[in-house]
Every structure is written in C-alpha cells, then in structure tokens.
Design a binder for this molecule. Structure first.
Ligand SMILES: [Zn+2]
Length: 261
C-alpha cells in the first residue's frame, strides 16, 4: 500500500495486517521530521538500507560535525560509490522539498479516509501551498494506485540478480575483493505482466521461500534457475516448480523460462 518506489516495487510485500500496523504508526510520523524520516526509511529499507545509486549495503548516516547527531537533512552516504542520498531518491518523494512529515500525513489520510483526501484538506492541515498539496497528492495517488494489492499468480518467473559493484576507487577493480553486492529477487507474472522486485538480506533457501510465498499465490507455478536455494519451493505451490538450467546454457525449455525476469 505504501510503496513509494516509482521504478521498482521493493516495498510491495506487506500483508493486510502489516498494512494495519503501518497505518497505525503513521500519525506519529506526521508529528515531526525525524519520526517521519525514520518511518519512511523503515518502510522502504527495513533493516537493510541500500544505496539507491549502486545498491551497496555499505552505507551510513551522515552526522553533524558539531552535535554528533544525525544531520538535519537526513542524508546517507554510500561507501561503495561515495554518493550521498536520502530516502527520497528513487521514490515518489523525489524532486520535492515538501517536508517528510507532510508526506506521511498525505499517505495517512489517503489510506484512511473513505472518500479520499483533497488537496485543500492537505493545504489546511500542513500549511503547504495549494499547488504543493496538489503535487504531493498526485504523487501519493500514483504510488498507491500503482501498487497491485493481490499476489502474483499463474506462471511466475523468479530470478535473483545482484546490484552494486561499481569500483570503490576509480581504476581499481572491486571484483574478488570482498564485494558487497545486494541480492534482489525479481518476480514476473507471465499472464498479467506484473513485476515485483525485493531486496534480500541473503539468498538462503529460507529467505527465498519466505519472499516467494509472500509475493506469489499458492495456486501458481514457479519457474526458476537451478540455484540450490530454490530446491523444495514446489511444495508450497499447487502448480509446482520447474527449473531452467542456466549453467548449461539452456535458457529456454519449451515454455519454461526465466528470461523474462
Ligand atoms: Zn552507492
């Protein structure tokens, strides 16, 4: 429901109960900027903040030199690509200076009011200009609309990809030197064409199973490569599990393919 990403749906994994908890937490996040930023960061990244530029998990919060507290602009910096970012980057919050707490208020009202929220109400409550309120509301509607509520179903192709890996220093290859790339699970629903992407802390069987069962309806058939972590996933789906042997250069076996992912 609160997916903020414009390009990927990293935060699309929440169930109804999760959503209730999210909505309950929102009024607190509307109260001050720090609470709002922390709420949005938790929604987007959970326990694994990742650089939106290169995907590296090796990131840190920038601190104010005088106070030692977190900077008031809530910036992060990436050890991998040296870029700075905030939770706005790559989301519907991007390219705006609207305070985080007002975004939270907008998301909260948009998710709780039966008739929907108007730009005028947002203007009155937040003190934003009507123009800014309207801009924010359009972005919020986009984020919420664009989030399919149901799980993927039918034939679903699942594959894991890694993001990150730009050299840490120019001219020095990062390869083979403790690279810290981010595994991302990509899922594509063949019939509907819906796509989900989810950042994973690792690619163990347990993590993969949890992510896939959260995203995919039980009646589906799962298509994957032959990675060990997928072994046994068929037990959880009525349509079972079929594999493609990427290692052998076999990228399509009849209609069994993960090329789409
Ligand atoms: Zn980076």
């Amino acid at each position: 429901m609160l997916a903020m990403d414009t390009k990927t749906k990293v935060q699309n994994t929440s169930t109804k109960n999760d959503n209730d908890m999210v909505v309950a937490a929102l009024p607190v996040a509307c109260a001050d900027e720090k609470a709002a930023v922390e709420f949005l960061e938790a929604q987007r990244w959970g326990d694994h903040p990742a650089c939106p530029h290169c995907g590296d998990l090796d990131v840190y919060q920038m601190k104010d030199a005088k106070t030692g507290e977190r900077q008031v602009n809530f910036r992060w910096r990436c050890h991998g690509c040296k870029e700075q970012f905030t939770v706005r980057v790559g989301t519907v919050l991007e390219d705006s200076r609207i305070p985080f707490r007002h975004w939270c208020y907008g998301f909260w009202r948009a998710s709780t009011s039966k008739k929907g929220v108007s730009a005028l109400e947002i203007k009155r409550h937040t003190g934003l200009s009507y123009k800014s309120a309207l801009f924010m509301l359009q972005r919020i509607r986009f984020a919420m609309e664009d989030t399919p509520s149901g799980k993927l179903h039918g034939d679903v192709e699942v594959d894991e990809v890694y993001i990150g890996g730009r050299p840490r220093y120019k001219g020095v290859s990062k390869r083979g030197r403790g690279t810290k790339k981010t595994p991302v699970l990509a899922l594509v629903e063949r019939s509907g064409g819906r796509v989900r992407a989810q950042v994973l802390p690792n690619i163990t069987g347990k993590t993969l199973r949890k992510a896939i069962t959260e995203q995919v309806d039980q009646a589906s058939r799962i298509h994957t490569d032959e990675l060990g972590g997928y072994v046994g996933i068929g037990k959880y789906f009525d349509g079972g599990h079929v594999t493609v042997r990427h290692a052998a250069g076999e990228y399509a076996k009849g209609d069994i393919t993960t090329n789409r992912v």
